[in-house]
Design a protein around this ligand. Structure first.
Ligand SMILES: *Cc1c(COP(=O)(O)O)cnc(C)c1O
Length: 406
């Protein structure tokens, strides 16, 4: 086989579909984020980032940086091994205790990313519980889907956030069949939130385990940043809570929190945990500092919510269509892949505003969008520049405005 020709032709077809991904090359500036420098060949451009998942700017928080600097100087660069073979650093142990406490669970287990925690966590539970059947929300993240597929357990996909559909599917299996229900709290593309209490009612009715991905909620919701389940007082009813340290916590890594036995079970059987080098100690120390700070400080969460409201209000005043939802994610709907990419390029080239276009296959065709993530580090000037630029391009392209337009 002529491998090179094959690779090139596959890439060409991705390009023809308009799905070829071109990365925006930036340096984020500590202390000045969301401001960054973009690299385009030999040129550079000052940009403001509007599509980051560093939702609270914790990636530049002085306490996080201080914890990372001091642990780096203390322990060196890498962990030096898998968790079982010399790689368990005291900072990992402290971080796991912090995570268990955050979610009111007996135990927690760290992974190198949220992706791996879902893939290995769900994959191990579904594969190792004899006869287990998985029930997966239709909009679950790729990492959960891959974990479920990898387990080779039978699975059923229930309609997004549809508790009756879930109930009906669970009813098809007798009480003797072990069941695992997997879903998210905040869905990252539409910013909608699952009816967690109702889902748990149904899980309990059928004796099913519940597995929630709170990746887009940890740090952001609940009195201590424990997520939507903390806010709604539901953490103790959920079997497994999964989260990331790479989004609102601003660092990197993933985890599950659950009972001591469940966590010990995954720790003992999950290949993606066992056979992989532990996170660098400095990463664990930084994440722990971020969690500790957000457990005790509401200021970042409150200011984020205020910024989100401000952006929504201004978009409404200008009639720029955006999905209404109860979260911090603002999807500005364009509905056409080429236009979405064109608007994104125009914002960058003319205003230094960086919003990645979200096209198929991440979202369905016809729902292409710009996904805005306002944060406490965006100021009034950043917001005004963003909405004014959007209004300008909306006029230039003669895009539809909502009737509320002034
Ligand atoms: C980003 C994401 C993950 C993966 O987390 P990482 O730490 O980035 O690997 C898992 N679930 C959802 C819903 C996500 O959006």
């Amino acid at each position: 086989m002529d491998f090179e020709t094959y690779f090139a032709s596959e890439l060409d077809s991705v390009r023809e579909d308009g799905r070829y991904r071109v990365f925006t090359d930036i340096k984020r500036h500590r202390g000045k984020f969301p401001h960054a420098t973009r690299f385009i060949g030999e040129e550079t451009q000052a940009v403001t980032v509007w599509c980051s998942n560093d939702y609270l700017g914790m990636g530049q928080h002085p306490k996080v940086l201080e914890a990372m600097h001091s642990s780096l100087d203390e322990c060196g660069a890498g962990a030096g091994g898998t968790r079982n073979i010399s790689g368990t650093n005291h900072y990992h142990v402290e971080l796991e205790a912090e995570l268990a406490d955050l979610h009111g669970k007996e135990s927690a287990l760290l992974f190198t990313s949220g992706y791996v925690s879902n893939w290995a966590g769900l994959g191990t539970l579904a594969a190792k519980i004899p006869g287990c059947v998985v029930f997966s929300d239709s909009l679950n993240h790729a990492s959960m889907i891959e974990g479920i597929r990898h387990s080779r357990a039978p699975y059923k996909v229930w309609k997004h956030n549809d508790v009756e559909d879930l109930d009906r599917m669970l009813s098809e299996f007798g009480p003797e069949v072990p069941k695992l229900v997997a879903f998210e709290s905040v869905y990252s593309m539409d910013g909608d939130i699952a009816p967690i209490a109702e889902i748990l009612d149904v899980c309990e009715k059928h004796g099913a385990m519940s597995y929630i991905d709170e990746v887009h909620a940890v740090g952001l919701y609940g009195q201590h940043g424990g997520g939507i389940a903390e806010r709604e007082g539901l953490m103790d009813r959920i079997t497994v809570i999964e989260g990331t340290l790479g989004k609102a916590f601003g660092v990197m890594g993933g985890y599950i929190a659950a009972s001591r036995n469940l966590v010990d079970f995954v720790r003992s059987f999950a290949s993606g945990f066992i056979f992989s080098t532990a996170l660098p100690p400095a990463v664990a120390a930084g994440a722990a500092a971020s969690i500790r700070h957000l457990k005790n400080s509401d200021a970042e969460r409150e200011l984020q919510q205020e910024r989100v409201k401000q952006v929504r209000r201004k978009l409404d005043m200008l009639g720029i269509p955006h999905l209404d939802n109860p979260s911090h994610i603002i999807p500005v709907m364009v509905g056409d892949a080429k236009k979405c990419k064109m608007i994104s390029d125009w914002l960058m080239d003319n205003h230094g505003i960086y919003v990645q276009p979200i096209n198929y296959p991440t979202v369905p065709v016809g729902t292409e969008r710009l996904r805005l993530t306002p944060s406490p580090v965006h100021d009034d000037g950043d917001i005004d520049r963003l909405v004014n630029a959007l209004s300008e391009i909306w006029s230039q392209c003669e895009l539809a405005r909502m009737s509320a337009a002034a």
